[in-house]
Design a protein around this ligand. Sequence first.
Ligand SMILES: *Cc1c(COP(=O)(O)O)cnc(C)c1O
Length: 490
Amino acid sequence: MSTGPETGAFALHLGKIAAALDRFVEFEHPDALVNADVWRKQLGGPLPSDGAGIDAVIAELTDVLIPNGARISEPGFSGFITTGPTTAPVAAATASAIAAPQRYTMNAFNFVEETSLLWLAELAGLGPHMKGVYVSGGSVANLVALGAARQHAYEAVGIDPGAEGLNGLSPVIYTSSEAHHTIQRAAGVLGLGRSAVRFVPIDERQRMRPDALEEMMAADRAAGLLPVAVAAAAGTTNTGAIDPLAALGDIARSHGVWFHVDGAYGLLGRLDERVADRFAGLEHADSVIVDPHKWLAAPVGVAAAFVRDRAILHRAFTQGPAEYLEGSFVAEDDVHNSLDSMGIPYGDFAVELSAPARGVQVWAIIRELGVSGIREFIVHDNDLARRVTTAARDHPRLEALIEPELSIACFRYRPPNQSPAGLNGLNERILRRLVRETAFVPSATVVAGSYAIRPCYINRRSTIADVDGMVEAVVRIGDDESGRSAAPAI
Ligand SMILES: *Cc1c(COP(=O)(O)O)cnc(C)c1O
């Protein structure tokens, strides 16, 4: 009954999974209601003492798990900054899981690991001097990049923090109040402390203010603190704001301080020529991160961290000598077999050793679409955010809360005579009902104190109809809610 990993088994079983996935993304499944009781019965239970066999596992995957998966791939999903992956990178991920279960050894997947990093750097406007390493997400990419910054700052005062640890200095990382919170977590993990992160005030477009940065840095230096990095955002998570990279990079450089650019979400936005100039100054960056699992439709688990020289990553993150790894190297011109060499030692450039060959996913989507195809959908996504904003501006009961920089829009329902205090609760209820009752699933944020409905368009399946449908649904539910909540004043 059960088949093992012998010849032909992958095709047989993955064929069934593929058919179930097709039904899932075509929404042929009945609307899955979260039913933890059913899951407990069908998927949970006590630790199995005997195996049910591969056929049972495949059937449970196709019949129970896949139809009860997450709504993130749906065209109406525009929540958070996450998306359903498309076919080419999923196919590549599946292929590498089987054909190259590790990213090391001299094999074709290891080769495209580096090729894809070079392509991704060029696509992101970084230039060939920036060398990368893949990690599991933007959180780890920020950690790795700031690990390089820590190495740089401490080496300059005669300490090797990777080898010796920190030494009683008071480090500071500058970022804006809109920065992703993984900057703080990275500071904590790196031993700098979350309290080392100082928040530079922002301007009216939610961008870090260079004048404020300059002032804070000068004061901190005079007080004997050790500036470790300026961490700017190329596309903030809340609103897609792009910090003024050129001015911030100049200041960081004039102080000899590491300049990090967090482009996890927004960096590929530069492919849209209408906004490309907002990324000027990227060339000053000492480190840059970008998440192919955000705007490049890869399955979750793929981010890249780039630095000028991976040797600093090696100093920051090496495990130290390991006989069991290095024993397998032979001279480069003597490599005949994939196991003759480990290939590029990515496992020494960050915090993971065993890791999937992720680069093939990036290689696959760039190969599939080319720069022109990728540019086309980036422009389309930026257009969708502008369309929401225009609709909100034109409608008497909607209000646009930001001018989109990239593919994030922020707006709210605002009926006449509603007190500002009531608006936040009203829009929160609208969002809850959108998620529960409609096919449109944006998320929310707070912009200058106002609760905002916040669609972020990176989903390759989203169309103009999804934008218009969402806006109409917000008005319909808003009218309904504000009618209902017109309780007599007390
Ligand atoms: C999403 C995001 C992160 C974190 O990335 P993950 O891949 O979710 O770990 C960091 N910075 C920014 C600007 C982001 O948008």
